[in-house]
Design a protein around this ligand. Structure first.
Ligand code: SAM
Length: 227
């Protein structure tokens, strides 16, 4: 996985590569999909959600430039895999998930792992961030937002970085926002397709239900399955 899917496609941060080589992805997916654990693919988890493709996890992690001791907010805990990668890099992660059963399962999984850093999983609407734990050195949103969620850039510390997929249902742009004092620099970092960020600053649930989101796809329809 690391050589063929990550290094080969341009992931160059050796610390990220080493952590992803050491973290057993099969612990984060349903047992029946174990054979797919190291494929270059997002995989379905419970409640219609996904664990992101390893390449996308590596790319987003690299963009955050995580260093030990960094205080990080993850929006969209899902399986807990991305949070585990950041914690293994020494970060102290607050991860917020809107589905309590996913949050509970992720918490259980993470408790059994040697992480280096830490992960605190909380339940709530992460589209508005987590003001009570701000400021963050980095924020990662692992679901697609219609626009950069309004309240997130302001929860970054000076020099902090926010990575978020932004755009309509069929395709988004991985967007990096860097805070410089009161200024915010935005950079596009390539296309992606994620499941929707719902909530106050995300997509409306009713609208997602009506729209054909490429989320409810089977394992076979790989090219269209979102992160
Ligand atoms: N990072 C996850 C992992 O490593 O497995 C993958 C996350 S999955 C692609 C997106 C997650 O975002 C889903 O679990 C979904 O329930 C969650 N989500 C969507 N909108 C949310 C919101 N407003 N607040 C918190 N979580 C949200």
């Amino acid at each position: 996985m690391v050589d063929r899917q990550l290094r080969h496609r341009g992931i160059a941060d050796e610390r990220v590569l080493a952590v992803m080589a050491s973290l057993p992805r099969e612990l984060f997916i349903p047992p029946k999909l174990e054979a797919h654990a190291y494929m270059d693919d997002a995989l379905p988890i419970d409640l219609g959600q996904t664990i992101s493709q390893p390449y996308m996890v590596a790319r987003m992690t690299e963009l955050l430039q995580p260093t030990p001791g960094m205080h990080v907010l993850e929006v969209g805990t899902g399986s807990g895999y991305q949070a585990a990668v950041l914690a293994r890099l020494g970060c102290s992660v607050v991860s917020i998930e809107r589905h309590a059963p996913l949050a509970d399962a992720a918490r259980d999984r993470l408790e059994g792992l040697e992480l280096g850093g830490s992960v605190r999983v909380v339940v709530g609407d992460g589209s508005v961030g987590r003001p009570e734990d701000a400021p963050f050195d980095a924020i990662i949103v692992t679901a697609a937002a219609p626009v950069v969620p309004r309240l997130l850039p302001g929860q970054l510390s000076d020099g902090g970085r926010l990575v978020v997929p932004v755009g309509p249902s069929q395709r988004q742009e991985l967007t990096l926002v860097t805070r410089h004092g009161d200024d915010f620099e935005t950079r596009d970092c390539g296309g992606c397709v994620f499941v929707p960020l719902l909530g106050a600053a995300g997509f409306r649930e009713a609208a997602v239900g009506r729209r054909k989101w490429p989320g409810r796809q089977s394992l076979r329809s790989r090219p269209e399955r979102p992160e």
